[in-house]
Ligand binder design. Structure first.
Ligand code: LLP
Length: 620
């Protein structure tokens, strides 16, 4: 398309042109968009869409760049919390800023030590404060006086001296979208300036807390230096008062994050310029007030990740509606990127497939969700007459997209992959229906009473069932979808032998029979190890022509009765995530998800995950 954007990022430096919103290693070739040498088409074909693609080397470069100009940098993980991303950021020497137990857990699970994590938030729970103390976090950024007392308790329990910063409300307008202004008068964040002395006094009075400095965060997507300078002045004034009135010196001045980025045509300040202006103001301002210059800490989120990432979508339905440009629907929308709806955010968009036509048209890209406001981009230029299934790339989707994603309309969250030098790596798996089911709790209670359907008998297998069973089993296996087995090895003889003792303390072979024909079967077997003998595992199959009639349910009820009779306490099974009908049956019988074994089955057509489900059996 003629208006293909330039994909060179020419960041930094005063007077630079508007930086590119695309990742540094993204290029448009005649074959379409490539990121770090990997084509968008290939990634979409392999991982599906919507798909987030992170240019990992770009991320590393941005981390290094900010570290070069600010001596202490914390990444605000709320912007994008994929654990692989957290590891990259930590490898590049940045520390991490978290605002919840979940974010703290993500960092811990990513292998990051507590002392590299700072904890902030305007309403931390007791549990979060306890965890912060337990994990020996690098600092807690206290928001208000009430929190000080609770934090003191938790730090005392741990017998430590916990470093503390006080967040103040500097009453500075960041001049950004009102929803992400956080330092202006009336904001819910931080301690009002007038109460700051009292708060610091309380921190100093607690022997388990050590006062380290002041914190402010004025907002997000801030495009000018001036609000930061006013924040610095306010914080330095407060430091002067603290020294004068309480004799306190502070080591740290944390000015928060919020550095703006280019989404469409915004021109943010270059980082180097911002840093030199801010640091100069701190040095001069401290000297004027007779203070030692404190260490400046920054907490960028968006500016580290936003431009490193793109989202790929495929186009779908197209509509001509009177009074507006052509509507072109994509296979994602407000669930994976709520920012246009929440903040009126605008993104740069381009066709990502091979260049087919020089002609362009104006379209409005609408999402797939059930709300009229689900519009990703209003009136943008794309190649004319994009065929359904064409790839569209949206730039700068690394920050506050995945981390704010929902599963509205029960659409699973997208996959995230990273690309480096021609290779891609999965960072976060796509959320599938089995993941969406994970938290559902089925009705508890007794084993359901199930009547087998008319004409079907449910009973223990008999040796003479062997041939019929094997025919059915081979047919189910030949379908190639629902069961692990791809090659039936058992013979009529071997099954005849097994069916001689179909109902023991160790196992049960149950069949569903119509006339003399086996149309379904179930096998349940208990573990032999003394420590796991209370557990049994089951597998079941029903002939394709006999499904959806309640045969599976009747077999399952019989298996659970066996388990109850022989004293098995827990029944486990594994099922492919795609087998919705089976999962539904197990749920109805009180089975819950216990986990997922990734690529547990290697079938002839590729790997399949297995979902582990289980239910407990009540005593009679
Ligand atoms: N520090 C604190 C205390 C924060 O609250 C935040 C973000 C940051 C640092 C990082 O700010 P950043 O550098 O990423 O702008 N959902 C909104 C943004 C909310 C920002 C919340 N706080 C959006 O999509 O624009």
């Amino acid at each position: 398309m003629p208006e293909r954007p330039s994909l060179r990022l020419d960041d930094a430096g005063p007077g630079s042109r508007t930086p590119s919103p695309w990742p540094r290693n993204a290029t448009f070739t005649p074959r379409g968009l490539e990121i770090a040498g990997v084509s968008a088409e290939e990634l979409a074909a392999r991982h599906g869409t919507p798909l987030l693609i992170v240019d990992e080397n770009d991320l590393r470069a941005r981390c290094r760049q900010v570290r070069e100009v600010f001596s202490r940098v914390l990444y605000a993980v709320k912007a994008f919390t994929a654990q692989a991303l957290l590891r990259v950021v930590a490898e590049e020497g940045l520390d991490l800023l978290v605002s919840s137990e979940g974010e703290l857990e993500a960092c811990t699970r990513a292998g990051i030590r507590g002392d590299r994590i700072w904890f902030h938030g305007n309403n931390k729970s007791d549990r979060e404060l306890a965890l912060a103390a337990e994990r020996r976090v690098g600092a807690v950024i206290v928001d208000n006086v009430d929190e000080i007392e609770r934090l003191t308790r938790e730090a005392t329990v741990q017998g430590i001296e916990l470093p503390v910063l006080l967040r103040v409300l500097p009453e500075v307008e960041a001049r950004t979208h009102p929803a992400i202004e956080t330092g202006a008068k009336g904001s819910k964040f931080g301690t009002p300036l007038g109460d700051a002395l009292e708060a610091v006094r309380a921190v100093r009075a607690a022997t388990s807390l050590r006062f380290e400095g002041l914190h402010a965060h004025i907002g997000s997507q801030v495009l000018a230096a001036e609000p930061y300078l006013r924040t610095v002045d306010t914080l330095l004034d407060l430091l002067r008062d603290l020294r004068r009135d309480l004799g306190v010196t502070a080591r740290i001045l944390d000015i928060g994050g919020g550095f703006g980025v280019t989404y469409a045509d915004e021109t943010p300040l270059g980082l180097a310029e911002l840093a030199s202006t801010v640091l100069a103001r701190v040095r001069a301002g401290a000297a004027e007030r007779g203070l030692d210059a404190p260490q400046v800490v920054v907490e960028p989120g968006r500016s580290l990740v936003a431009n490193t990432t793109i989202t790929l979508y495929r186009t779908g339905a197209r509509k001509h509606v009177a009074g507006s440009p052509t509507l072109l629907a994509i296979d994602g929308g407000m669930a994976d990127n709520i920012r246009p709806m929440l903040y009126g955010a605008r993104f740069t968009i381009a066709a990502a497939g091979p260049l087919m036509s020089e002609q362009t048209e104006r379209v409005t890209l609408v999402g797939r969700h059930c709300e009229s406001g689900d519009v990703l981009a209003d009136d943008v230029t794309v190649p004319a007459h994009l065929a359904p299934g064409s790839l569209i790339a949206v730039a700068s989707t690394g920050a506050y997209t995945y981390s704010m994603a929902s599963t509205y309309n029960r659409v699973g969250r997208p996959a995230v992959v990273s690309v480096v030098a021609g290779r891609s790596r999965m960072w976060v798996r796509r959320e599938d229906p089995a993941d969406l089911d994970r938290l559902e709790v089925p009705p508890a209670g007794a084993i359901p009473q199930v009547q087998p359907p008319e004409g079907i008998a449910i009973r223990a297998a008999r040796p003479q069932d062997a041939a019929s069973f094997l025919r059915m089993w081979k047919a189910v296996v030949a379908e190639g979808v629902h069961v692990r087995t791809e090659q039936v090895r058992g013979t009529v003889r071997s099954y005849r032998r097994r069916f001689r003792e179909p109902w023991s303390d160790r196992e049960a072979w149950v069949v569903a029979v119509e006339g003399g024909r086996v149309v379904g079967n179930l096998h349940i077997q208990r573990e032999e190890h003394p420590v796991t003998r209370h557990v049994a595992t089951l597998g079941l199959a029903v002939d394709a022509a006999f499904r959806s009639r309640g045969i599976g349910a009747a077999l399952l009820a019989e298996a659970l009765r066996w388990a109850q009779r022989v004293g098995v306490e827990k029944v486990e099974l594994s099922v492919f995530p795609t087998n919705a009908a089976a999962i539904a049956l197990y749920r109805r019988f009180g089975f819950v998800d216990e986990g997922r074994l990734v690529k547990r089955s290697r079938k002839s057509y590729g790997y399949e995950d297995e979902i582990l489900m289980a239910r407990w059996i009540e005593r009679d």
